[in-house]
Design a protein around this ligand. Structure first.
Ligand code: GTP
Ligand code: MG
Length: 216
């Protein structure tokens, strides 16, 4: 069987549809957990740590392309075992401190396994990319059993997201070979974004210490 933990009634079903059902369930599961953490944070701190959350499932074309690139045959088994970004959630926060707050809170949940962490905030990519990446697995509770599904979580500030969107467009437009003046410009913008995030966070800390009026 392609997915080892699945109950046996799944043997008869279309495996692709089963996998997509499981990934979409995993996305729902993670989104709900993130929403609860956000509501709780607001309840305690009186500001919303999350600007918005985007969730997506990788398209079949890009699943096949990635498996090929990694040297695997496009099978259900390989999709489940080798890819960790079929289900992806991107969380856009206000401040850098909110990123670590959420990442820690998610990681501490008893039934969450953290499979991989890439902290591109502490260690930005050479092009200037900053973001916090985690791959986790969460159990999906089925009628007769449970199955562990992987979800890639990217957490960034609004400013990091603004930068990454433009960098992505430029990267795509020039097929990965943007002219050097554009790359230098992007790197300078990334440094400005890092400084902006730092100063905005410091301002927010001062605001919190001053005890803002309650807004609910
Ligand atoms: P992928 O094969 O692209 O998934 O990369 P990876 O397996 O090496 O993982 P990594 O955590 O480095 O990147 C995963 C995702 O982060 C990408 O699919 C993008 O969404 C985002 N990302 C990583 N690097 C960059 C970057 O330099 N610029 C932008 N705009 N996004 C990036
Ligand atoms: Mg990816």
């Amino acid at each position: 069987m392609a997915i080892p933990e699945l109950p046996k009634e799944y043997d008869q079903l279309d495996q692709w549809k089963t996998l997509m059902f499981l990934y979409s369930s995993a996305l729902q599961e993670v989104q709900t957990r993130v929403n609860i953490l956000s509501d709780e944070f607001h309840h305690i701190n009186h500001y919303n740590p999350i600007e918005h959350v985007k969730a997506r499932i990788k398209t079949p074309e890009s699943i096949v392309k990635k498996l090929k690139r990694l040297g695997f045959e496009a099978t259900i088994d390989n999709m489940y075992r080798e890819l960790h970004d079929i289900a992806g959630v991107r969380i856009i926060c206000s401040f850098t401190s909110d990123i670590y707050y959420l990442a820690d809170a998610i990681s501490r949940q008893n039934d969450v396994n953290v499979l991989m962490v890439k902290d591109y905030i502490a260690n930005p990519k050479p092009n200037g990319y900053r973001s916090y990446h985690m791959v986790i697995s969460v159990p999906i509770y089925l009628s007769s059993g449970q199955v562990e599904m992987k979800v890639e979580i990217q957490i960034r500030t609004i400013a990091m997201d603004f930068w990454a969107s433009l960098e992505h467009k430029i990267h795509y437009k020039f097929e990965g070979a943007a002219p050097s003046h554009m790359r230098e410009n992007l790197k300078e913008c990334a440094d400005m974004v890092a400084l902006l995030d730092e100063r905005m966070m410091a301002l927010n800390e001062s605001l919190q210490e001053a005890g803002e009026p309650e807004d609910d």
